[in-house]
Write a protein that binds this ligand. Structure first.
Ligand code: OGA
Ligand code: MN
Length: 287
């Protein structure tokens, strides 16, 4: 089947029309969607009405194995969305109220406003994330993405040579602290240990080379911390040039799918003390 796509950015990102995730669930539909994702890396799928949690999880499972929370990790987190397959990215507590400004759980969520790629701190990383909009703020809160394949392709040959063989350590707590979150407890730290990944990888299905960095990166193996910090800062500045960045303007019912092995992303600012933003994520992972 051929999907109806409209390109959203000169390099990548498309909107698919007429693709209801409740109905387009055949093998051919999924294969067609994966083809689009391999080419464009980011794909918006609008719906009149948001998917239910069950529909959202069900569609994610058609794309690949769905990541599940194994246990509540962040002290004091109540479950507003009672599914281990859904990451609640809202600014709402278990009772549906907006978190107060100083709440530790909100501080951790605000770390999503740093550029990252999902679950890079795990040894089996996120492949596709499917973020579904249930309530959008009237202003702000777009999700920004950047195409890390194009970024790699455009790097000077000298830099490509320098990156060859380098391995980075990704740590969840590193980005939480960068985002202004509190020091994790030893138990929290132990629940999410760091993982190592090559700075450049070959995308498993498109075959393109990708620069794989994120706010989770804490260090580079065998490189002094100062040098690693400078190198990462240089790469980040290259990757965040406007020519690579796309900001998705949300509508309720939209599902935005991004390929974590080909892009970075972040949430952008909105008034999270005034407006509700209810976004829920299902994440596919490597085997
Ligand atoms: C995520 C994420 C950003 C946003 O769900 O993984 O980073 O805009 N979200 O909510
Ligand atoms: Mn994310």
């Amino acid at each position: 089947m051929t999907l109806q796509t409209e390109q959203l950015h000169p390099l990548y990102a498309v909107k698919i029309s007429g693709f209801d995730m409740r109905q387009n669930t055949s093998l051919a539909d999924i294969a067609a969607l994966k083809e689009v994702l391999d080419e464009y890396a980011v794909c918006a799928v609008p719906h009149e009405v948001p998917l239910t949690n069950e529909e959202h999880i069900g569609f994610g499972a058609l794309l690949g194995p769905v990541a599940r929370k194994t246990m509540p990790k962040i002290t004091g987190t109540g479950a507003r969305v009672p599914h281990n397959e859904i990451v609640d990215q809202s600014n709402l507590d278990g009772d549906g109220n907006i978190y107060p400004d100083q709440d530790k759980r909100l501080a951790y969520k605000r770390a999503n406003r740093l550029w990252h790629t999902d679950m890079s701190y795990r040894s089996n990383r996120a492949t596709w994330s499917l973020l579904s909009a249930h309530v959008c703020p009237p202003e702000g809160g777009e999700t920004e993405t950047t195409d890390m394949r194009a970024v790699y392709d455009d790097l000077p040959e000298k830099m490509k040579g320098r990156l060859e063989g380098l391995v980075a350590e990704h740590c969840y707590w590193h980005s939480r602290l960068l985002g202004g979150g509190p020091e994790p407890t030893p138990e929290e730290r132990a629940s999410r240990p760091p993982a190592q990944h090559s700075l450049v990888h070959i995308h498993p299905t498109s075959g393109r080379k990708v620069l794989y960095i994120a706010s989770h990166v804490r260090s580079i193996a065998g490189m002094p911390d100062d040098e690693a910090k400078d190198l990462l800062e240089e790469l980040r500045a290259i990757a965040l040039q406007p020519k690579y960045v796309y900001a998705y303007p949300w509508n309720v019912g939209d599902v935005l799918i991004w390929d974590n092995l080909a892009t970075m992303h972040r949430g952008t600012d909105f008034d999270d003390q005034k407006y509700v933003r209810d976004m829920r994520r299902v994440t596919c992972r490597e085997q």
